[in-house]
Write a protein that binds this ligand. Structure first.
Ligand SMILES: [Zn+2]
Length: 448
């Protein structure tokens, strides 16, 4: 079973991984933080927080961009280079300005042609974790074939100037100080002076930071009442924690361990070292760091999550169950955490856990239906429990999201034949069959 899961994961990764795969990083704690940091800015921009997605791109260069629709892409390198959450809020406010200013094509055909990017094509792929494997970082997903993210949208000077002003306006309306916005721009300018434009600071290609831009922003923001507001202390401390966690996940382990030496007994350092030790093959040390986190804050769902994830990836799914259940409950069934818990339940290969796995994975896909890995796990549990029709439905969901309408039609029709008519699952299968059939027909017309 373990081998089967690993083989499945490998097969899917191979199928979708383009030559220069850019990947997105999905992490419950980081996504929640970015959402909380952005929500007041999104509202100030006249948009709805639930319509806008902040997507974290696993890339150590400094960049943020919009690519059509209401999606803001932020490189992990931007979070690592920022001194504060407030700086990242400045970057996000600016990008929202491009969306609200209509500088990006709306969702749909025009957008797809302009950028080749849709969120769904980005979400293709699976977390490269297979119980017992543990060779790859969990939560890092391969990006889709179509996600040629090198093709950013370019904006004119006039658009940049109006977007700078829009960003300042949203910060002001949200009562958030513009000091971070300004200091991040200044940081970019210094990097440019020092190194010129390099891959590490791609942000500059899109946003050449001139002294004029900085002067204009300074003038607007310094006289704004929000300028004097202190940054939100809760967001700032969560941001420091997330930075340490990302260091543990993403830096070469030796470098992470150098940045957070054993002598550093802060929670952040324990957090960074837990995953860094796990990645460098010191399971006992990784467990000890996890234990230190839980001693300090036993009810923290994200500490429970990392402890469980490390155990799962170390091939100990049974031991991972208790912390992952605590993490799932503590995060009120965050879909990403629930998916990891469901994966662990399946990986125990103990049929007495299958009902719980099915229950929790159904909750996960109900909350976030754009996670192909969750659909894959749900399909696996249906298969294991002999529910071929719903296994087919899960495959249809995954196929429709990964741009394979033919498979989606076939599996959705198979599902409809085996699921009681007019139930929620049957109606969902019918929807997929019709939508996917439409795509197949359009594709046929194009080829004529
Ligand atoms: Zn811009």
């Amino acid at each position: 079973m373990k081998r089967l899961l690993a083989a499945l994961a490998a097969a899917i990764l191979l199928a979708v991984q383009p030559a220069h795969a850019q990947s997105i990083l999905r992490d419950a704690e980081t996504e929640k933080l970015l959402n909380d940091m952005s929500a007041p800015l999104i509202t100030a921009a006249g948009l709805r927080p639930r319509d806008v997605r902040i997507v974290l791109v696993n890339d150590d260069s400094i960049n943020a961009f919009v690519a059509g629709g209401q999606m803001v892409f932020v490189h992990t390198g931007t979070l690592q280079a920022a001194t504060s959450a407030n700086e990242v809020q400045g970057v996000i406010a600016h990008e929202l300005g491009h969306i609200a200013g209509g500088h990006v094509p709306l969702a749909g055909g025009a957008m797809k042609e302009a950028t080749g990017i849709t969120l769904l094509s980005l979400l293709i792929g699976v977390a490269a974790i297979a119980a017992g494997g543990g060779e790859a970082g969990a939560g890092v997903m391969a990006a889709g074939q179509q996600a040629a993210m090198g093709r950013y949208l370019a904006f004119s000077r006039a658009q940049e100037a109006s977007t700078d002003a829009a960003g300042a306006k949203y910060l002001s309306a949200a009562g958030i100080t513009g000091k971070g916005y300004l200091s991040f721009f200044k940081k970019m300018q210094q990097l440019e002076y020092r190194y010129g434009i390099t891959r590490k600071v791609e942000f500059l290609l899109d946003h050449p930071v001139s002294s004029e831009r900085i002067a204009n922003l300074t003038e607007t923001m310094e006289k704004d009442p929000a300028w004097a507001h202190a940054p939100n202390a809760d967001l700032e401390s969560r941001f420091k924690r997330v930075q340490a966690k990302l260091d543990g996940y993403l830096l070469p382990p030796a470098q992470a361990l150098q940045k957070y030496p054993e002598s550093d007994q802060s929670l952040r350092a324990h957090y960074a070292r837990a995953y860094a030790y796990h990645r460098s093959g010191y399971p006992d040390k990784a467990d000890a760091e996890g234990a230190a986190l839980l001693r300090a804050q036993p009810d923290d769902p994200y500490f429970q999550e990392i402890v469980g994830q490390i155990l799962l990836e170390a091939g100990k799914p049974k031991a991972a169950l208790a912390p992952l259940k605590a993490a799932t409950d503590g995060s009120r069934s965050d879909p990403l955490i629930a998916t990891t818990y469901g994966h662990a339940l399946i990986a125990t290969e103990d049929p007495s856990h299958y009902d719980e796995a099915r229950r929790i994975l159904r909750i996960a896909v109900a909350r976030d239906d754009q996670n192909p890995f969750a659909w894959q796990q749900l399909g696996t549990i249906y298969e294991l429990t002999g529910d071929d029709a719903r296994a087919a439905l899960a495959t249809a969901e995954r196929a429709s999201m990964t741009g394979d309408p033919r498979t989606a039609v076939a599996r959705a029709r198979y599902a409809m034949a085996g699921i009681p008519k007019n139930t929620a699952d049957w109606i969902r299968a019918q929807d997929i069959a019709m939508t996917a059939q439409d795509l197949v027909d359009k594709d046929k017309k194009k080829k004529k």
